[in-house]
Design a protein around this ligand. Sequence first.
Ligand SMILES: Nc1ncnc2c1ncn2[C@@H]1O[C@H](COP(=O)(O)OP(=O)(O)OP(=O)(O)O)[C@@H](O)[C@H]1O
Ligand SMILES: [Mg+2]
Length: 418
Amino acid sequence: MTQNTLGIDFGTSNSAAGIAVNGKPFLVEIEPGKETVPTAVFFDFEARKTVFGTQANRALVQGLEGRYMRALKSVLGTPLMHENRRFLGETVSFVDIIARFLSRIKTRAEAACYQSFDTAISGRPVHFHSDNATRDAQALTDLTLCYKRAGFKEVDFMFEPEAAALAANPAGDEKTVHLIVDIGGGTSDFTLFRKQPAGIDILASHGVRVGGTNFDRSISFDHVMPEFGRGAKINKAMGAGELTAPNKLFHDLATWQVIPFLYTPETLQEVAYLRQQAVQPAQFDRLHDILENQLGHDVAFAVEAGKIAANKINGQGANINLSIVEKNLQVPLDKGRMASSLMDHMSAIQTGVVDTLKMAAIAPAKVGTVVFVGGSSLMSDVQDLLADIFPDASVHQTEAFTAVVDGLAMAASAHNRG
Ligand SMILES: Nc1ncnc2c1ncn2[C@@H]1O[C@H](COP(=O)(O)OP(=O)(O)OP(=O)(O)O)[C@@H](O)[C@H]1O
Ligand SMILES: [Mg+2]
Protein backbone atom coordinates (compact mmCIF):
# COMPACT_ATOMS: atom_id res chain seq x y z
CA MET A 1 0.00 0.00 0.00
CA THR A 2 1.31 3.43 -0.92
CA GLN A 3 0.24 6.81 0.39
CA ASN A 4 2.07 8.91 -2.07
CA THR A 5 0.13 9.10 -5.31
CA LEU A 6 -0.50 12.45 -6.96
CA GLY A 7 -3.22 13.05 -9.56
CA ILE A 8 -1.97 15.14 -12.48
CA ASP A 9 -3.91 16.61 -15.38
CA PHE A 10 -1.18 17.45 -17.90
CA GLY A 11 -3.22 19.48 -20.39
CA THR A 12 -2.41 20.88 -23.79
CA SER A 13 -3.19 24.40 -22.56
CA ASN A 14 -3.45 24.13 -18.75
CA SER A 15 -2.24 21.71 -16.10
CA ALA A 16 -3.26 20.95 -12.51
CA ALA A 17 -2.56 18.45 -9.72
CA GLY A 18 -4.36 17.19 -6.63
CA ILE A 19 -5.04 14.59 -3.97
CA ALA A 20 -8.23 13.76 -2.10
CA VAL A 21 -8.67 14.84 1.51
CA ASN A 22 -11.63 13.34 3.41
CA GLY A 23 -13.06 12.13 0.11
CA LYS A 24 -12.94 15.58 -1.51
CA PRO A 25 -10.46 16.80 -4.11
CA PHE A 26 -7.74 19.07 -2.77
CA LEU A 27 -5.98 20.87 -5.61
CA VAL A 28 -2.40 22.01 -5.23
CA GLU A 29 -1.66 25.72 -5.63
CA ILE A 30 0.99 25.19 -8.28
CA GLU A 31 1.50 28.92 -8.31
CA PRO A 32 0.44 31.27 -5.51
CA GLY A 33 -3.36 31.50 -5.70
CA LYS A 34 -3.54 29.29 -8.82
CA GLU A 35 -4.80 25.72 -9.03
CA THR A 36 -4.42 25.55 -12.80
CA VAL A 37 -1.40 26.90 -14.66
CA PRO A 38 -0.61 27.36 -18.34
CA THR A 39 1.32 24.40 -19.76
CA ALA A 40 4.07 26.72 -20.95
CA VAL A 41 7.85 26.88 -20.73
CA PHE A 42 10.21 29.78 -21.44
CA PHE A 43 13.98 29.55 -21.84
CA ASP A 44 15.15 32.99 -20.77
CA PHE A 45 18.36 33.65 -22.70
CA GLU A 46 19.28 36.79 -20.77
CA ALA A 47 18.75 35.54 -17.22
CA ARG A 48 19.94 32.09 -18.34
CA LYS A 49 17.13 30.22 -16.63
CA THR A 50 13.99 28.28 -17.52
CA VAL A 51 10.62 29.48 -16.21
CA PHE A 52 7.23 27.76 -16.28
CA GLY A 53 3.50 28.48 -16.31
CA THR A 54 2.33 32.06 -15.77
CA GLN A 55 5.90 33.26 -15.51
CA ALA A 56 6.62 31.82 -18.96
CA ASN A 57 3.59 33.63 -20.39
CA ARG A 58 4.68 36.85 -18.71
CA ALA A 59 8.17 36.56 -20.19
CA LEU A 60 6.63 36.20 -23.64
CA VAL A 61 4.39 39.23 -23.20
CA GLN A 62 7.33 41.26 -21.91
CA GLY A 63 9.22 40.37 -25.04
CA LEU A 64 12.20 38.93 -23.17
CA GLU A 65 14.83 37.33 -25.32
CA GLY A 66 14.36 33.57 -25.25
CA ARG A 67 12.33 30.65 -26.51
CA TYR A 68 8.69 30.11 -25.55
CA MET A 69 6.83 26.79 -25.88
CA ARG A 70 3.18 25.88 -25.47
CA ALA A 71 0.92 22.96 -26.49
CA LEU A 72 3.80 20.60 -25.64
CA LYS A 73 1.34 17.73 -25.22
CA SER A 74 0.53 17.85 -28.93
CA VAL A 75 4.14 16.92 -29.70
CA LEU A 76 3.89 13.56 -27.84
CA GLY A 77 4.14 10.65 -30.28
CA THR A 78 5.69 12.71 -33.09
CA PRO A 79 9.33 12.48 -34.24
CA LEU A 80 9.94 16.03 -32.93
CA MET A 81 9.72 14.62 -29.41
CA HIS A 82 13.17 13.08 -29.45
CA GLU A 83 15.04 15.67 -31.52
CA ASN A 84 17.73 17.41 -29.52
CA ARG A 85 18.09 21.20 -29.44
CA ARG A 86 20.55 23.49 -27.70
CA PHE A 87 19.17 25.94 -25.16
CA LEU A 88 21.18 27.80 -22.55
CA GLY A 89 24.25 25.73 -23.29
CA GLU A 90 22.44 22.41 -22.80
CA THR A 91 21.17 19.79 -25.22
CA VAL A 92 17.51 19.04 -24.52
CA SER A 93 14.65 17.18 -26.18
CA PHE A 94 10.91 17.71 -25.73
CA VAL A 95 11.02 14.72 -23.36
CA ASP A 96 13.34 16.73 -21.10
CA ILE A 97 11.24 19.87 -21.43
CA ILE A 98 7.96 18.13 -20.49
CA ALA A 99 9.80 16.21 -17.73
CA ARG A 100 10.98 19.50 -16.23
CA PHE A 101 7.46 20.90 -16.35
CA LEU A 102 6.12 17.78 -14.57
CA SER A 103 8.95 17.85 -12.09
CA ARG A 104 8.02 21.44 -11.23
CA ILE A 105 4.45 20.29 -10.51
CA LYS A 106 5.81 17.43 -8.36
CA THR A 107 8.00 19.78 -6.32
CA ARG A 108 5.17 22.26 -5.76
CA ALA A 109 2.77 19.47 -4.76
CA GLU A 110 5.30 18.03 -2.32
CA ALA A 111 5.84 21.45 -0.72
CA ALA A 112 2.07 22.07 -0.51
CA CYS A 113 1.21 18.64 0.90
CA TYR A 114 4.26 18.18 3.17
CA GLN A 115 5.00 14.75 1.69
CA SER A 116 6.76 13.16 -1.23
CA PHE A 117 5.01 11.66 -4.24
CA ASP A 118 6.65 8.82 -6.09
CA THR A 119 3.59 7.68 -8.06
CA ALA A 120 1.43 9.70 -10.44
CA ILE A 121 -2.03 9.04 -11.77
CA SER A 122 -2.02 11.02 -14.95
CA GLY A 123 -4.90 11.88 -17.19
CA ARG A 124 -4.59 10.99 -20.84
CA PRO A 125 -6.83 11.63 -23.80
CA VAL A 126 -8.58 8.50 -25.06
CA HIS A 127 -6.56 9.03 -28.25
CA PHE A 128 -3.57 11.36 -28.48
CA HIS A 129 -3.61 10.74 -32.25
CA SER A 130 -7.01 9.49 -33.34
CA ASP A 131 -5.99 8.85 -36.94
CA ASN A 132 -2.59 7.21 -36.37
CA ALA A 133 -2.36 4.15 -34.10
CA THR A 134 1.46 4.07 -34.14
CA ARG A 135 1.75 7.69 -33.03
CA ASP A 136 -1.01 7.14 -30.50
CA ALA A 137 0.92 4.30 -28.83
CA GLN A 138 4.19 6.21 -29.08
CA ALA A 139 2.62 9.23 -27.35
CA LEU A 140 1.85 7.12 -24.29
CA THR A 141 5.38 5.70 -24.28
CA ASP A 142 6.74 9.25 -24.55
CA LEU A 143 4.58 10.58 -21.73
CA THR A 144 5.52 7.65 -19.50
CA LEU A 145 9.18 8.46 -20.11
CA CYS A 146 8.54 12.12 -19.24
CA TYR A 147 7.01 11.14 -15.88
CA LYS A 148 9.91 8.81 -15.11
CA ARG A 149 12.41 11.50 -16.00
CA ALA A 150 10.48 13.93 -13.79
CA GLY A 151 11.28 11.67 -10.84
CA PHE A 152 8.14 9.53 -10.51
CA LYS A 153 8.92 5.84 -9.96
CA GLU A 154 5.55 4.80 -11.34
CA VAL A 155 2.81 6.32 -13.44
CA ASP A 156 -0.68 5.02 -14.09
CA PHE A 157 -2.98 6.55 -16.65
CA MET A 158 -6.68 7.24 -16.64
CA PHE A 159 -8.79 8.50 -19.54
CA GLU A 160 -9.46 12.20 -18.93
CA PRO A 161 -13.24 11.98 -19.53
CA GLU A 162 -13.46 9.00 -17.14
CA ALA A 163 -11.73 11.09 -14.48
CA ALA A 164 -14.26 13.86 -15.14
CA ALA A 165 -17.06 11.29 -14.84
CA LEU A 166 -15.77 10.32 -11.38
CA ALA A 167 -15.89 13.92 -10.22
CA ALA A 168 -19.06 15.17 -11.93
CA ASN A 169 -22.25 14.44 -10.11
CA PRO A 170 -25.09 15.09 -12.54
CA ALA A 171 -28.64 14.67 -11.27
CA GLY A 172 -30.34 11.38 -12.14
CA ASP A 173 -30.92 7.83 -10.93
CA GLU A 174 -28.88 4.70 -11.62
CA LYS A 175 -30.59 4.19 -14.97
CA THR A 176 -29.84 7.65 -16.35
CA VAL A 177 -27.12 7.68 -18.99
CA HIS A 178 -24.73 10.65 -18.81
CA LEU A 179 -22.27 11.77 -21.48
CA ILE A 180 -19.06 13.61 -20.60
CA VAL A 181 -18.06 15.98 -23.42
CA ASP A 182 -14.53 17.21 -22.60
CA ILE A 183 -13.35 19.66 -25.25
CA GLY A 184 -9.89 20.92 -24.26
CA GLY A 185 -6.99 22.57 -26.02
CA GLY A 186 -5.80 19.51 -27.95
CA THR A 187 -8.44 16.79 -27.89
CA SER A 188 -12.16 16.12 -27.54
CA ASP A 189 -12.98 13.19 -25.27
CA PHE A 190 -16.23 11.44 -24.46
CA THR A 191 -17.41 9.01 -21.79
CA LEU A 192 -20.87 7.50 -21.49
CA PHE A 193 -21.61 6.38 -17.93
CA ARG A 194 -24.21 5.64 -15.28
CA LYS A 195 -23.94 6.46 -11.59
CA GLN A 196 -23.83 3.46 -9.25
CA PRO A 197 -24.14 3.26 -5.47
CA ALA A 198 -20.37 2.80 -5.28
CA GLY A 199 -18.72 4.69 -8.13
CA ILE A 200 -19.71 4.77 -11.78
CA ASP A 201 -20.39 2.27 -14.55
CA ILE A 202 -18.56 3.23 -17.76
CA LEU A 203 -20.35 2.25 -20.97
CA ALA A 204 -17.86 3.61 -23.52
CA SER A 205 -15.02 6.12 -23.89
CA HIS A 206 -13.74 7.60 -27.11
CA GLY A 207 -11.94 10.68 -28.42
CA VAL A 208 -10.70 12.68 -31.40
CA ARG A 209 -7.64 14.91 -31.83
CA VAL A 210 -9.50 18.20 -32.10
CA GLY A 211 -9.49 21.01 -29.56
CA GLY A 212 -9.20 24.73 -28.99
CA THR A 213 -5.69 24.95 -30.45
CA ASN A 214 -7.14 23.55 -33.71
CA PHE A 215 -9.86 26.18 -33.56
CA ASP A 216 -7.16 28.84 -33.12
CA ARG A 217 -5.18 27.45 -36.03
CA SER A 218 -8.12 27.46 -38.43
CA ILE A 219 -9.25 30.95 -37.43
CA SER A 220 -5.69 32.21 -37.79
CA PHE A 221 -5.10 30.51 -41.13
CA ASP A 222 -8.39 31.71 -42.62
CA HIS A 223 -8.60 35.25 -41.26
CA VAL A 224 -5.20 36.37 -39.94
CA MET A 225 -2.60 34.78 -42.19
CA PRO A 226 -3.87 36.63 -45.30
CA GLU A 227 -2.59 39.80 -43.52
CA PHE A 228 0.86 38.22 -43.57
CA GLY A 229 0.88 36.96 -47.16
CA ARG A 230 -1.20 33.78 -47.29
CA GLY A 231 -2.73 33.49 -50.75
CA ALA A 232 -0.69 36.44 -52.05
CA LYS A 233 0.73 36.50 -55.55
CA ILE A 234 4.44 35.95 -56.11
CA ASN A 235 6.21 36.72 -59.37
CA LYS A 236 7.86 33.65 -60.86
CA ALA A 237 11.65 33.67 -60.49
CA MET A 238 12.06 32.84 -64.16
CA GLY A 239 9.77 33.83 -66.98
CA ALA A 240 6.51 35.69 -66.84
CA GLY A 241 3.54 34.81 -64.62
CA GLU A 242 2.64 34.53 -60.97
CA LEU A 243 2.39 31.83 -58.31
CA THR A 244 0.57 31.76 -54.99
CA ALA A 245 2.73 31.90 -51.84
CA PRO A 246 3.11 28.36 -50.39
CA ASN A 247 0.63 27.55 -47.61
CA LYS A 248 2.90 25.48 -45.36
CA LEU A 249 4.64 28.43 -43.76
CA PHE A 250 1.29 29.95 -42.78
CA HIS A 251 0.00 26.66 -41.48
CA ASP A 252 3.03 26.34 -39.26
CA LEU A 253 2.80 29.92 -38.04
CA ALA A 254 -0.84 29.28 -37.08
CA THR A 255 0.03 26.09 -35.12
CA TRP A 256 0.95 26.68 -31.45
CA GLN A 257 3.40 23.80 -31.05
CA VAL A 258 5.23 24.35 -34.34
CA ILE A 259 5.87 28.10 -34.03
CA PRO A 260 9.27 27.77 -32.27
CA PHE A 261 10.62 25.71 -35.18
CA LEU A 262 10.07 28.60 -37.59
CA TYR A 263 12.70 30.77 -35.94
CA THR A 264 15.57 29.67 -38.16
CA PRO A 265 17.81 31.50 -40.63
CA GLU A 266 16.40 29.27 -43.41
CA THR A 267 12.80 30.39 -42.80
CA LEU A 268 13.86 34.04 -42.65
CA GLN A 269 15.64 33.56 -45.95
CA GLU A 270 12.55 31.98 -47.51
CA VAL A 271 10.43 34.93 -46.38
CA ALA A 272 13.00 37.43 -47.64
CA TYR A 273 12.77 35.73 -51.02
CA LEU A 274 8.95 35.80 -51.01
CA ARG A 275 9.06 39.49 -50.10
CA GLN A 276 11.41 40.21 -52.96
CA GLN A 277 9.22 38.35 -55.46
CA ALA A 278 5.85 39.49 -54.10
CA VAL A 279 3.53 41.49 -56.31
CA GLN A 280 2.66 43.50 -53.16
CA PRO A 281 5.39 43.15 -50.55
CA ALA A 282 3.60 44.86 -47.59
CA GLN A 283 2.21 41.63 -46.09
CA PHE A 284 5.59 39.93 -46.36
CA ASP A 285 7.20 42.87 -44.55
CA ARG A 286 4.92 42.01 -41.64
CA LEU A 287 5.72 38.28 -41.93
CA HIS A 288 9.43 39.06 -41.90
CA ASP A 289 9.02 41.20 -38.76
CA ILE A 290 7.04 38.45 -37.02
CA LEU A 291 9.76 35.88 -37.63
CA GLU A 292 12.68 38.19 -36.98
CA ASN A 293 11.17 39.44 -33.71
CA GLN A 294 9.75 36.02 -32.78
CA LEU A 295 6.16 37.24 -32.46
CA GLY A 296 4.46 34.01 -33.61
CA HIS A 297 3.08 33.13 -30.17
CA ASP A 298 1.96 36.72 -29.61
CA VAL A 299 -0.13 36.38 -32.76
CA ALA A 300 -1.49 33.01 -31.54
CA PHE A 301 -2.48 34.58 -28.20
CA ALA A 302 -4.21 37.43 -30.06
CA VAL A 303 -6.17 34.89 -32.12
CA GLU A 304 -7.14 32.92 -28.98
CA ALA A 305 -8.28 36.12 -27.22
CA GLY A 306 -10.28 37.13 -30.32
CA LYS A 307 -11.91 33.68 -30.42
CA ILE A 308 -12.96 33.89 -26.77
CA ALA A 309 -14.27 37.46 -27.20
CA ALA A 310 -16.21 36.62 -30.38
CA ASN A 311 -17.75 33.61 -28.63
CA LYS A 312 -19.33 35.67 -25.84
CA ILE A 313 -23.08 35.10 -26.08
CA ASN A 314 -24.13 38.71 -26.60
CA GLY A 315 -20.99 39.70 -28.44
CA GLN A 316 -21.54 41.68 -31.61
CA GLY A 317 -18.33 40.23 -32.94
CA ALA A 318 -14.83 41.08 -31.85
CA ASN A 319 -11.49 42.10 -33.25
CA ILE A 320 -8.30 40.12 -33.32
CA ASN A 321 -5.90 42.76 -32.11
CA LEU A 322 -2.61 42.51 -34.01
CA SER A 323 -1.08 45.79 -32.84
CA ILE A 324 1.93 43.81 -31.61
CA VAL A 325 2.74 43.35 -35.31
CA GLU A 326 1.68 46.75 -36.62
CA LYS A 327 -0.01 49.77 -35.03
CA ASN A 328 -3.82 49.63 -35.43
CA LEU A 329 -3.78 46.29 -37.29
CA GLN A 330 -6.99 44.44 -36.45
CA VAL A 331 -8.96 41.61 -38.03
CA PRO A 332 -12.72 41.48 -37.44
CA LEU A 333 -14.10 38.17 -36.19
CA ASP A 334 -17.79 37.51 -35.68
CA LYS A 335 -19.63 34.27 -35.04
CA GLY A 336 -20.32 33.74 -38.73
CA ARG A 337 -16.68 34.05 -39.77
CA MET A 338 -15.71 31.86 -36.86
CA ALA A 339 -18.31 29.19 -37.63
CA SER A 340 -17.04 28.86 -41.19
CA SER A 341 -13.53 28.17 -39.86
CA LEU A 342 -14.76 25.67 -37.27
CA MET A 343 -17.08 23.67 -39.54
CA ASP A 344 -14.72 20.71 -40.10
CA HIS A 345 -13.83 20.59 -36.41
CA MET A 346 -17.50 20.53 -35.42
CA SER A 347 -18.13 17.68 -37.81
CA ALA A 348 -15.15 15.74 -36.33
CA ILE A 349 -16.58 16.27 -32.84
CA GLN A 350 -20.00 15.14 -34.04
CA THR A 351 -18.52 11.96 -35.52
CA GLY A 352 -16.70 11.38 -32.22
CA VAL A 353 -19.96 11.63 -30.27
CA VAL A 354 -21.85 9.39 -32.69
CA ASP A 355 -19.08 6.77 -32.59
CA THR A 356 -19.12 6.82 -28.78
CA LEU A 357 -22.87 6.10 -28.85
CA LYS A 358 -22.29 3.26 -31.32
CA MET A 359 -19.60 1.72 -29.12
CA ALA A 360 -22.10 1.44 -26.28
CA ALA A 361 -25.09 0.69 -28.56
CA ILE A 362 -26.96 3.60 -26.98
CA ALA A 363 -29.47 5.67 -28.97
CA PRO A 364 -29.15 9.47 -28.66
CA ALA A 365 -32.60 9.67 -27.03
CA LYS A 366 -31.35 7.48 -24.19
CA VAL A 367 -28.79 10.08 -23.08
CA GLY A 368 -30.26 11.98 -20.13
CA THR A 369 -27.45 14.44 -19.42
CA VAL A 370 -24.68 16.08 -21.41
CA VAL A 371 -21.88 17.05 -19.02
CA PHE A 372 -19.60 19.77 -20.40
CA VAL A 373 -15.94 19.76 -19.38
CA GLY A 374 -12.89 21.66 -20.72
CA GLY A 375 -12.30 25.25 -21.80
CA SER A 376 -13.47 24.72 -25.38
CA SER A 377 -16.82 23.34 -24.21
CA LEU A 378 -17.59 27.00 -23.51
CA MET A 379 -17.74 27.60 -27.28
CA SER A 380 -21.34 28.19 -28.33
CA ASP A 381 -20.75 26.22 -31.55
CA VAL A 382 -19.91 23.17 -29.43
CA GLN A 383 -22.94 23.64 -27.19
CA ASP A 384 -25.25 24.16 -30.20
CA LEU A 385 -23.88 21.01 -31.84
CA LEU A 386 -24.54 18.89 -28.75
CA ALA A 387 -28.03 20.41 -28.37
CA ASP A 388 -28.76 19.33 -31.95
CA ILE A 389 -27.66 15.75 -31.27
CA PHE A 390 -29.39 15.54 -27.85
CA PRO A 391 -32.36 17.92 -27.98
CA ASP A 392 -34.01 16.40 -24.89
CA ALA A 393 -30.97 15.91 -22.67
CA SER A 394 -30.35 18.23 -19.76
CA VAL A 395 -27.06 20.10 -19.67
CA HIS A 396 -24.68 19.90 -16.72
CA GLN A 397 -21.88 22.46 -16.67
CA THR A 398 -18.87 21.46 -14.56
CA GLU A 399 -15.93 23.55 -13.43
CA ALA A 400 -14.56 23.48 -16.97
CA PHE A 401 -10.88 23.70 -16.04
CA THR A 402 -10.78 21.44 -12.97
CA ALA A 403 -13.29 18.60 -13.47
CA VAL A 404 -10.61 16.25 -14.84
CA VAL A 405 -8.06 16.94 -12.11
CA ASP A 406 -10.78 16.59 -9.45
CA GLY A 407 -11.44 13.06 -10.71
CA LEU A 408 -7.72 12.27 -10.86
CA ALA A 409 -7.34 13.50 -7.27
CA MET A 410 -10.10 11.08 -6.18
CA ALA A 411 -8.47 8.28 -8.18
CA ALA A 412 -5.13 9.04 -6.50
CA SER A 413 -6.77 8.55 -3.13
CA ALA A 414 -8.30 5.21 -4.22
CA HIS A 415 -4.82 4.21 -5.46
CA ASN A 416 -3.39 4.99 -2.02
CA ARG A 417 -6.01 2.85 -0.34
CA GLY A 418 -5.41 0.04 -2.84
N1 LIG B 1 -14.25 31.32 -22.40
C1 LIG B 1 -13.79 30.51 -23.34
N2 LIG B 1 -14.47 30.32 -24.51
C2 LIG B 1 -14.00 29.51 -25.47
N3 LIG B 1 -12.85 28.82 -25.38
C3 LIG B 1 -12.14 28.95 -24.26
C4 LIG B 1 -12.56 29.79 -23.19
N4 LIG B 1 -11.63 29.74 -22.22
C5 LIG B 1 -10.67 28.91 -22.66
N5 LIG B 1 -10.96 28.43 -23.88
C6 LIG B 1 -10.15 27.49 -24.69
O1 LIG B 1 -10.08 26.27 -23.97
C7 LIG B 1 -8.85 25.59 -24.29
C8 LIG B 1 -8.19 25.13 -23.03
O2 LIG B 1 -9.07 24.31 -22.34
P1 LIG B 1 -8.54 23.29 -21.24
O3 LIG B 1 -7.71 23.99 -20.23
O4 LIG B 1 -9.72 22.53 -20.78
O5 LIG B 1 -7.61 22.38 -22.15
P2 LIG B 1 -6.52 21.32 -21.69
O6 LIG B 1 -7.10 20.49 -20.61
O7 LIG B 1 -5.25 22.02 -21.40
O8 LIG B 1 -6.34 20.50 -23.05
P3 LIG B 1 -6.50 18.93 -23.37
O9 LIG B 1 -7.40 18.34 -22.33
O10 LIG B 1 -7.11 18.88 -24.73
O11 LIG B 1 -5.13 18.39 -23.34
C9 LIG B 1 -8.00 26.61 -25.05
O12 LIG B 1 -7.98 26.26 -26.42
C10 LIG B 1 -8.72 27.94 -24.84
O13 LIG B 1 -8.57 28.83 -25.93
MG1 LIG C 1 -8.12 18.73 -20.51
